[in-house]
Write a protein of this length. Structure first.
Length: 379
């Protein structure tokens, strides 16, 4: 029997290319996996949404590759009124002329090109059909209007659970023609999940200004746990694929830095810290579920994948295509590394190399940071 897997993808902008390579390698390995839950925020929301539209994982990976292969310039994702080069008198004059206009804008960049990319890549009909095949899709957005976190999904039950948990004032629904209609605003919700405040403008839906769900849940590991506890989806394994290294690398940005450089670096540090905290909280929850008789007996094995490096690629630098391809290849290497570690362990244990639930749990328990206690392995 295939293992039911919940896929969780973090944010990271252009560094999301790492996730593409990793998923390509995982698809090539032909492990006996069935992806039943897809979630993410920021670039992870876009990647998860592309994948979730296809019950066949290989078809989803091919569609995701097409999206990323088509991006070669920044202006295919965003435009900016800030001159990229501020050296020299002429560029400084251009910057001064742009400042009054900038102060009246809601963001440093315009995400209109990203909206077009999402419109071309995302179909509500495909997401709805995927739900009928048992593939749940969920992305997170945060409302600047009421400060609440919203779980947007193709599953009516999960939408209701999200409303009960986070108490938002925008009534989400799968019905068309309503202010919070997910089918009517699926592109808006995916765009909002990628809209980091100040970097990109909020997206208005039903009178709410929506931005990146990463303000409240950047990984987001809570979604598959919530789905499992409410018995909406029964993942037997959670796979978390991050787009940034576990340790924030030193910054070699320009001196003096521009406002966009500072905003980008600050966002990178914040995202890294929240990701680490999310994983640590999930580890603690698994340990508590094992040790406490009053805690519901839900323990989900977690595999967390981190890139070793991003080769100096910044979140909004989509034009360095060769560096992005190196990062994708690094993701493929990480994917092959995970598969080989698992299969090597299974061979020693005399278990099937396709990896059943028993084999995955045994490998994670043996390879985790605290063997036998924390059902987590970091790759």
């Amino acid at each position: 029997m295939p293992i039911s897997v919940a896929l969780v993808l973090s944010g990271g902008g252009a560094k999301g290319e790492f996730q593409v390579g990793f998923l390509e390698a995982l698809d090539e390995a032909r492990l006996d996996l069935r992806f039943c839950f897809f979630t993410g925020v920021s670039v992870g929301a876009l990647n998860a949404t592309c994948l979730a539209q296809y019950p066949d994982f290989s078809a989803g990976v091919r569609a995701l590759r097409v999206v990323w292969d088509g991006i070669e310039r920044n202006d295919q994702v965003y435009t900016s009124c800030i001159p990229r080069n501020t050296e020299g008198l002429l560029n400084k004059i251009r910057l001064l002329l742009a400042l009054p206009k900038l102060l009246k804008r809601p963001s440093l960049h315009d995400a209109a090109p990203l909206r077009k990319l999402i419109e071309a890549s995302v179909s509500w009909d495909r997401l709805a059909d995927s739900a009928r095949h048992g593939c749940i899709w969920a992305v997170g957005v945060t409302s600047l209007t009421d400060g609440r976190y919203y779980l947007v999904s193709n599953d009516e039950r999960f939408v209701r659970v999200g409303q009960e948990r986070y108490k938002g004032t925008l009534a989400l629904t799968l019905e068309r023609g309503r202010p919070g209609s997910i089918p009517d605003h699926v592109v808006d919700f995916v765009l909002a999940s990628a809209s980091m405040p100040t970097m990109f403008s909020p997206v208005e839906v039903g009178g709410h200004l929506l931005v990146d769900g990463g303000l409240r849940d950047v990984t987001p590991l809570s979604a598959p746990f919530l789905a499992a506890r409410r018995e909406i989806c029964r993942p037997e394994l959670i796979l978390v694929v991050n787009a940034s290294p576990r340790e924030t690398p030193p910054w070699d940005g320009p001196r003096p830095p521009r406002i966009t450089d500072i905003a980008g670096r600050g966002t990178e540090i914040m995202v890294n810290e929240i990701i680490r905290n999310d994983v640590e909280v999930a580890e603690v929850l698994n340990e508590l579920a094992q040790s406490s008789p009053t805690t519901p007996p839900l323990r989900l094995p977690i595999v967390v994948v981190w890139p070793d490096t991003t080769f100096g690629l910044e979140a909004l630098d989509f034009e360095r295509v060769s560096v992005r391809r190196r990062l994708r290849e690094h993701g493929r290497t990480k994917g092959h590394q995970l598969v080989e570690q698992l299969r090597s362990f299974l061979r020693v244990q005399g278990l099937p190399e396709e990896g059943d639930v028993r084999g995955w749990r045994a490998w994670i328990e043996a390879s985790g940071p605290r063997a036998g206690a924390t059902l987590t392995v970091h790759v």
